[in-house]
Design a protein around this ligand. Sequence first.
Ligand code: ADP
Length: 566
Amino acid sequence: QFPFGRRLPCDIYWHGVSFHDNDIFSGQVNKFPGMTEMVRKITLSRAVRTMQDLFPLEYNFYPRSWILPEEFPLFVDEVRMMKDSDPSWKPTFIVKPDGGCQGDGIYLIKDPSDIRLTGSIQSRPAVVQEYICKPLLVDKLKFDIRLYVLLKSLEPLEIYIAKDGLSRFCTEPYQEPTLKNLHQVFMHLTNYSLNIHSGNFIHSDNVNTGSKRTFSSILCRLSSRGADVKKLWSDIISLVIKTIIALTPELKVYYQSDIPAGKPGPTCFQILGFDILLMKNLKPMLLEVNANPSMRIEHEQELSPGVFENVPSPVDEEVKVAVIRDTLRLVDPQKKKRKDTQLSYDYSHLTFTTAKSAGFHSPVLQVGMKDKQHKHHSLKLSLKLKFYLKLGLCQTSEHVPEASEELLGAGPVDRGDSDPPRSSEAGLPSLCLKQVFPKYAKQFNYLRLVDRVAALFIRFLGVKGTTKLGPTGFRTFIRNCKLSNSNFSMAAVDILYIDITRRWNSMGVDHKESGMCLQAFIEAFFCLAQKKYKSLPLHEQVASLIEFCEYRLAALDEKRLVCGRG
Ligand code: ADP
């Protein structure tokens, strides 16, 4: 609790719903600015679609989706075309209101004409999505997986995934959708908040049975049936990393707007809830991301009609306590301080020498350090005999890091995910949160193109605190990157800006500010890339234009630096 009137800043601020406090100047906040907006159904679908345009195969873990109402005609046309080309295709679609949760307002349809375009639904934007008709069943029931993911840092990107999650079961045996069963929510929707109201819901006191189980118990079942659970985990990890890669560009725009670079502000981290559905062939599909996943470890039990009591839920406790505990361990401010101290010294300059002096061995540690200003310092520290003895009189190279930590007061080294530092953590179980990024960065970095487009966008935003680019900023971008020529005049640049910006603003994305939002800039950027590098695939066109722009801007910066010096 944050006591009223507290003056001292906190190490960690744990907000209940979203990032909302602009009066925090230090410490760490458990929410990222803009995350709630980013994971809404429409925004998430847009961000994933941008990635699907660039990398269709890599992003086929998200069902084909259309945004309503503006893409209704497109939805109708595309479905008709697909049906024409494959008359045996008998799809089902799921309509989900934007910003809804707990299955609220969701319904299934067989044909685009069944969309309820009248009444309150029409005024409520929604996503319509291909329905996954063949989910994996356990005990004849459909279920989904809730996995907890810690986004520990945006820049540099650091992602952790919890080793265990929850599996939430439907309460009616599953049948593939037909006109007769479309409305049966207990058969088709796995939401806990819905199924709890079914007479068939089973609260269990262990983790392997009932309507809510641990994901690990499902993996055990699958493994005993001979399924390749290693491959499944690896697919889930790539789904999570790719989804976060799709979200980061816009998150960075929000971040710089709320916490401008160069000004005092907190850093952020956030626990996200990933909802994943397994298909019959074990392919994981992303359903949605929750910015504020429930961390309740109790459920309500009706003792007698109308009389409820909170009782502990062992399954929730097993999974969620570990997630919160390990999040706190990973963002531990004391550990961070130690790390910062370590980081300000460059270990690569560390040399260890021994010197013989008056009568006893006294090792001398010679440390070449780079401080934050990158000046070189040389420090000679004579180790006390006591410490020398403590080291066991060893001075071989493998002991250097440990010795230096203690010397620098750095404390134990962070041994990564499997072996947490001793001292304060002694007695705690090993971390349930496993680092997946940057650990697997090499495999995924090629997907981070839009991040670089966002970096260009942010550079030209100009006034700090905005999230939209004005016409002058766009013109400066074109001029500085030398993208205008006899075939593409500045008048054409203005037309491009106006056309795209107007269309995005008419979609009602965000009326608070005028100007070009990141998604509109990305569209304009793709357009320019296609124009400039005609015959390449889209992701190569975009990559080439990014490199071109970055090169131009680096040259410009260099020129300015030289002029400045001059
Ligand atoms: P909400 O935020 O309202 O829970 P979700 O997107 O999570 O919305 O959808 C609710 C439930 O509907 C999911 O838990 C899942 O059981 C089912 N569902 C959602 N999308 C699909 C889909 N494309 N195919 C099959 N089932 C789906």
